[in-house]
Design a protein around this ligand. Structure first.
Ligand SMILES: [Zn+2]
Length: 209
């Protein structure tokens, strides 16, 4: 009986992780052995500053930079989805495009991506295809949910991943030193949209993305 109960709990436990687990936990448990340094916090604050600039420009509250392995900023970007009517113009994609253009290379090997918020699956994939070795984030997925909720997408990927063995080695690391500032900028944007003061976004848009 005890064995049966243990088995049921084990199966239930595994199912719970697959169905409801935070993707950050999965990624961190699997491959993350990197801890953010004070230098990472400085880079992240640049990405967070871009998230603030995005708000001023009428974009979504997300910014990102790409830093080369030599420690130079080679790409900057912020969310331009509403500005350009481009659903793929997330901050990370915009920064990666800028880095590739500036370096005349589609292979950004050794570069790191600093994004003000945990990346969605599209941006995580874009970083993978750009051969970016590591992604740093400040705001968590929970911080920007439900206004921007990609849990369903991550869930789908987790289920698919659970059925096979992933060869993806792109790492993910949070930067706690920049979290308060990143969250402040994001919350400011939500408050502005709720008050109807933001170009391109209406209060009813907040749960659409
Ligand atoms: Zn994205």
């Amino acid at each position: 009986m005890r064995l049966l109960l243990t088995l049921v709990l084990l199966i239930l436990g595994n199912y719970t992780v697959v169905a409801y687990g935070n993707p950050a936990v999965v990624a961190d448990d699997d491959i993350n052995t990197v801890t953010a340094t004070p230098a990472d916090t400085q880079w992240m604050l640049e990405a967070v500053a871009l998230s603030g600039q995005s708000i001023e420009a009428g974009g979504g509250p997300f910014g990102a930079i790409v830093v080369s392995k030599e420690g130079k900023v080679i790409g900057r970007g912020y969310n331009r989805v509403a500005i350009d009517h481009d659903p793929t113009a997330h901050g990370e994609v915009t920064a990666i495009r800028d880095a590739a253009k500036n370096t005349n290379a589609f292979d950004l090997e050794g570069a790191a991506l600093y994004t003000s918020t945990y990346p969605c699956p599209m941006c995580f994939s874009a970083a993978h295809w750009a051969n970016i070795g590591h992604i740093y984030y400040a705001n968590t997925a929970a911080d920007v949910s439900p206004e921007f909720d990609d849990a369903a997408l991550w869930h789908k990927i987790q289920v698919l991943n659970a059925e096979g063995t992933s060869q993806c080695t792109t790492g993910l690391t949070s930067v706690p030193g920049a979290h308060a500032e990143a969250k402040r900028v994001f919350d400011q944007w939500v408050a502005q949209v709720r008050s109807g003061a933001v170009q391109h976004y209406n209060p009813s848009d907040l749960s659409k993305f």
